[in-house]
Design a protein around this ligand. Structure first.
Ligand code: HEM
Ligand code: SF4
Length: 574
């Protein structure tokens, strides 16, 4: 056996990272483009490309079609365009639309980290695509790989009538500080930052490695805006909500704090031993770290002490998708939010949205972590016309709670780790629920995820469904396992796996039964979250199934078909 054959996956990736900073190797990508797909070595396909937001696209069969927990890939790529804080100008969206039409079969996905992801991109197209993006100030640097991912923030930063502060300048500064910075190209694994100046924490700081939320203290009679600091949040197969540190982070301390945490993460050698346990959260989950020891180590590194945290009230209202017409803090102006069903948007829709943003407003758009698109700074007298035009191009400024509340990950259409198809399924599910429960009167988050990795964030949804396979009449079919009652903010908690699983085709029926129970038996003013909290797993399972049923375990043993497993490795896809 050669030395390399004995390497673990983690050792191999660590060796590759040590030997090259992919951000310094753009020339190699240009060469691959000239010489064709066959010239690309495996270390680029499996590792280095990700630093450029580029990763191989599955062949449509997901994990089932491959081996060792990973499906087969096509000779083309997914490309994630980084949109810090979701801030986007019309000329940028127009370029993305052009590139989508030219290189990505005319469709793109708005993601839960406010990015826009393209698919079907060939190696020949890649240099042109990267250059075209750079010309309008966009890039893909670090939207994938073991680096700082897109820094997310409140999509209505700067216009929200109720915000504590506009934190987007800090989010952008953090992004500039880390994306493409050679000192941080080699982290143990991905590193996610979210900074919210709003009161509702809509970019989900709790599920990031660093979550900063604006808060106010009064010091010697003067109010001062600063931030609460949470660290080590993350979802995936081992969800862990961020741990709040006893720190009031003053405005000018934010970037040093972020830098210090990034260094602490980078230098945590122990995390580099297993790819599946390499996120910051594993310092807490496995290495015995606590809020106190983390803060102490952070302060030692940055060389100053934070003032103690102030009391804060996490938001009780966990639902805000920004859809609809909302007054801004700027008098006479509104923002208009359109629901993009499961984030799927066409080149034509992006072009049209960019044109509408110019025609009716100042050409400023925002992407949201609920996979939606907003146009901001719209003079009030333009809002109705704009909303009509958005509706006309299929970007609904409204829609049922199901239409607005459903998000989905990539699924088998493009993802090599996927167990189920998610995007078409979600559209069908929404149509079904709209028909079955017309006029349903509660907002809800319905999150569809194609495997346990939770890119569709099923852990924080009211109803989170997690893709599985099931045998029905001897045939292997897509199925979903139900997790209920996830929430962030004041009532934070990951969704409860309630032991119910059914074929994908039966999901609408199961959700209908559950929600009809809710409608029929809810107490006065009781929202879904409280309803789920009031019932045991057994009861909720019964509501879903329509009769008492035994619990099934969430992680069904992988089924082997033709040498491939129907269980993703849960590890290292993006
Ligand atoms: C090839 C496989 C994969 C694909 C196609 C994929 C796709 C995506 C996409 C499109 C997003 C949206 C966010 C963004 O723009 O960055 C995302 C987010 C996410 N991914 Fe993946 N992913 C893959 C593998 C993985 C793996 C292996 C894990 C965990 C071990 C994972 C965990 C997550 C989580 C937790 C999020 C939620 C976003 C958040 O933290 O706010 N993904 N993924
Ligand atoms: S959750 Fe699974 S199926 Fe969905 S994109 Fe992530 S890795 Fe792929």
């Amino acid at each position: 056996m050669t030395k390399n054959a004995q390497e673990t996956k983690a050792q191999r990736v660590e060796r590759l990272k040590r030997s090259k900073n992919p951000w310094e190797a753009l020339e190699e990508i240009r060469r691959f483009a000239r010489e064709g797909f066959e010239s690309i070595p495996p270390e680029w396909l499996g590792t280095y490309f990700r630093w450029w937001g580029v990763y191989t696209q599955g062949d449509g069969a997901g994990v089932t079609g491959g081996q060792n927990g990973e499906g087969r890939a096509l000779q083309c790529f997914m490309v994630r365009i980084r949109i810090p804080n979701g801030l986007l100008r019309s000329e940028q969206l127009r370029i993305i639309a052009d590139l989508t039409r030219r290189y990505a079969h005319g469709i793109a996905d708005i993601t839960v980290r406010q990015n826009i992801q393209l698919h079907w991109v060939t190696i020949e197209a890649l240099p042109d695509l990267l250059e075209a993006l750079a010309k309008v100030g966009l890039n893909t640097t670090g939207s994938c790989g073991d680096v700082t991912r897109n820094v997310t923030g409140c999509p209505v930063a700067g216009v929200d009538a109720d915000e504590i502060c506009d934190a987007s300048p800090i989010a952008l500064a953090a992004s500039r500080m880390l994306a493409g910075n050679g000192d941080f190209y080699n982290l143990p694994r991905k590193f996610k930052i979210s900074i919210a100046g709003c009161r509702v924490w809509c970019p989900y700081p709790e599920i990031n490695d660093i979550g900063l939320t604006a808060t106010t203290r009064v010091l010697r009679g003067t109010p001062e805006v600063g931030f609460s600091l949470r660290v080590a949040g993350g979802l995936s197969t081992d969800p862990h909500l961020g741990v709040r540190l006893n720190a009031f982070v003053r405005w000018h301390q934010v970037l040093p704090a972020i830098l210090g945490i990034a260094e602490l993460f980078r230098d945590s050698e122990v995390l580099r031993e297993h790819r599946e346990r390499a996120r910051l959260k594993f310092l807490f989950l496995q290495q015995g770290w606590t809020a106190e020891s983390f803060l102490e180590e952070l302060q030692r590194r940055i060389g100053f002490q934070f003032d103690p945290a102030v009391e804060e009230l996490p938001p009780a209202d966990v639902y805000r998708d920004h859809v609809g017409i909302h007054p801004q803090k700027q008098p006479g102006h509104c923002y208009v939010g359109a629901a993009v069903l499961r984030g799927r948007i066409t080149a034509e829709q992006m072009h049209a949205a960019a044109d509408l943003a110019d025609r009716f407003a100042a050409g400023e758009l925002r992407t949201t972590n609920m996979q939606n698109l907003l146009i901001v700074n719209v003079p009030r007298f333009n809002t109705e016309s704009l909303a009509k035009e958005l509706d006309a191009i299929g970007l609904r400024v409204g829609g049922s709670p199901f239409y607005r509340g459903t998000i989905a990950c990539s699924g088998t259409e493009f993802c090599k780790l996927a167990i189920t198809e998610t995007k078409s399924f979600s559209r069908w599910l929404v149509e079904e629920l709209d028909e079955r429960l017309p006029g349903f009167d509660q907002h809800l988050k319905l999150h569809v995820t194609g495997c346990p990795n939770s890119c569709g964030q099923h852990w924080i949804a009211d109803i989170g469904i997690d893709g599985k396979k099931m045998k029905v009449d001897g045939r292997l079919v897509d199925a979903y396992y139900f997790c209920l009652g996830g929430a962030l903010g004041l009532h934070q908690g990951t969704a409860r796996p309630v032991g119910y699983r059914c074929p994908a085709t039966e999901v609408p029926e199961a959700i209908e039964r559950l929600l009809r129970q809710y409608l029929a038996t809810r107490q006065a003013g009781e929202n879904l979250r409280r309803f789920f909290a009031r019932h045991t797993d057994t009861k909720l399972r019964e509501f879903l199934a329509g009769a008492p049923v035994e619990a099934v375990s969430r992680d069904v043993p992988a089924v082997s078909i033709g040498g491939a497993l129907t269980q993703s490795a849960g590890g290292d896809g993006d």
